[in-house]
Design a protein around this ligand. Structure first.
Ligand SMILES: Cc1cc2nc3c(=O)[nH]c(=O)nc-3n(C[C@H](O)[C@H](O)[C@H](O)COP(=O)(O)O)c2cc1C
Ligand SMILES: O=C(O)C(=O)c1ccccc1
Length: 370
């Protein structure tokens, strides 16, 4: 167990407090911050307060099973690491350490296209549960190049983020004139495509300026056929919040969706991720797996999302806290703790298998709705 000056590190919040002491203030703002007034960021976390659990008893919970399979591959936990950019901002080993930590617990790691270590080095440090995340770049050869490399290195699915035709107005980053500096870089993308990301300018986020230049904001559902034609890997669309878009995702051949508002970093005022989950699950009606991210901080949060129909839950900020606090061991500890909390909650709720988790686990608090 990791220890800090103030005692054992037991919870995601413990890792968060440790990380805060170790990370530069502008990097901390980049990680923790959301768009504009951060309403959606707060809503993602507080949405979990509105639900209560309905435990069943005497159901033989002597063994609890958290294993799940997705696109033919097994994972020991339904809690994975979502795509977040530039892990070397908080640890010199960056995504290589994250991959080692995730592998130690048999968890999925979705590698950001803005990773600060090479796709191949990350794959070498992993036991194989890797997906690659992509943004839609104007220069499509950047995408096809990355897809080929990911296939060759053994990545098993693609996650296309669809909620960021431009980057949200993140006031903290704009005030800080946040730019990616030092020797941290998006090493998997041609340096010429990345130039603006290193240009600091108060009042601007360099990340937003770079995205305005390099992301293709003209993409529509019809373009998905092009991506489909480039690879046999499953394609998962990340950033779906409505029944309408969930139905379109199925119609256009997506292999999965992630219900997400990008951790409150894109459209401020967008629905809390948890609030959107039931309508997306209903619209998809079992056709493809639905994954979830946003505001998951404890095993009971994961339990709630799984009970609402998510097949897997991704964590954005918490693995970065683990990585900053303790490198690969910190990522491992964070994921192990959260998975242990989930198994514990499943036992106490009387549902020892993931298949037992359905809406009967939940009720709204009096005066609320599911
Ligand atoms: C520092 C940081 C970087 C991120 N980078 C990406 C990214 O490159 N691509 C992406 O699709 N989402 C990115 N996200 C969003 C996460 O994948 C995820 O949707 C969100 O963080 C989930 O919410 P949570 O932090 O409450 O768990 C990033 C989030 C953070 C905090
Ligand atoms: O996606 C994000 O939230 C994000 O922070 C980011 C990082 C690098 C490039 C583009 C977006």
């Amino acid at each position: 167990m990791t220890r800090s000056k103030t005692g054992p590190v037991l919870t995601a919040s413990d890792y968060q407090h440790l990380a805060r002491e170790l990370v530069d203030a502008d990097v901390w703002d980049f990680i923790e911050g959301g768009a504009e007034s951060e309403r959606t960021l707060r809503a993602n976390v507080s949405a979990f307060d509105r639900l209560r659990l309905r435990p069943r008893v005497m159901t033989d919970v002597s063994t609890v099973d958290t294993a799940v399979s997705l696109f033919g591959a097994g994972h020991r936990t339904p809690i994975g690491v979502g795509p977040t950019a530039y892990h070397r901002l908080v640890n010199p080993e960056g995504e290589v350490a994250t991959a080692r930590g995730a592998s130690a617990v048999g968890a999925l790691f979705v590698v950001s296209v803005f990773a600060s270590r090479s796709l191949e080095d990350i794959a070498a440090a992993s036991d194989g549960r890797l997906w690659l995340h992509l943004y839609w770049f104007r220069r499509r050869e950047v995408m096809t190049g990355l897809i080929r490399r990911a296939e060759d290195a053994g990545y098993t699915a693609l996650v296309l983020t669809v909620d960021a035709p431009r980057i949200g107005r993140r006031w903290r980053d704009m005030r800080n004139g946040f730019a990616i500096g030092g020797d941290v870089a998006a090493v998997n993308i041609d340096a010429a495509v990345m130039a603006l990301t290193h240009h600091s300018d108060v009042g601007h986020s360099a990340i937003a300026d770079h995205a305005a230049q390099s992301f293709d904001a003209a993409v529509t559902w019809a373009d998905l056929a092009w991506l489909r034609s480039q690879t046999r890997l499953p394609i998962v669309l990340k950033g779906i919040l409505t029944a309408e878009d969930a139905a379109l995702a199925v119609e256009h051949g997506a292999d999965g969706v992630v219900v997400s508002n990008h951790g409150g970093r894109q459209l401020d005022g967008a629905v809390a991720s948890l609030e959107a989950l039931p309508e997306v699950v209903d619209a998809v009606a079992g056709a493809i797996p639905v994954l979830f991210d946003g505001g998951v901080r404890r095993g009971t949060d994961a339990l709630v999302a799984l009970a609402l129909g998510a097949r897997m839950v991704l964590l954005g900020r918490p693995p970065l806290w683990g990585l900053a606090a303790g490198g690969a061991d910190g990522v491992e500890g964070l994921l192990r703790t959260t998975t242990d909390e989930l198994a514990h909650a499943m036992a106490l709720a009387g549902r020892p298998r993931l298949a037992d988790l359905d809406r009967s686990v939940l009720r709204a608090r009096p005066g609320g709705e599911l």
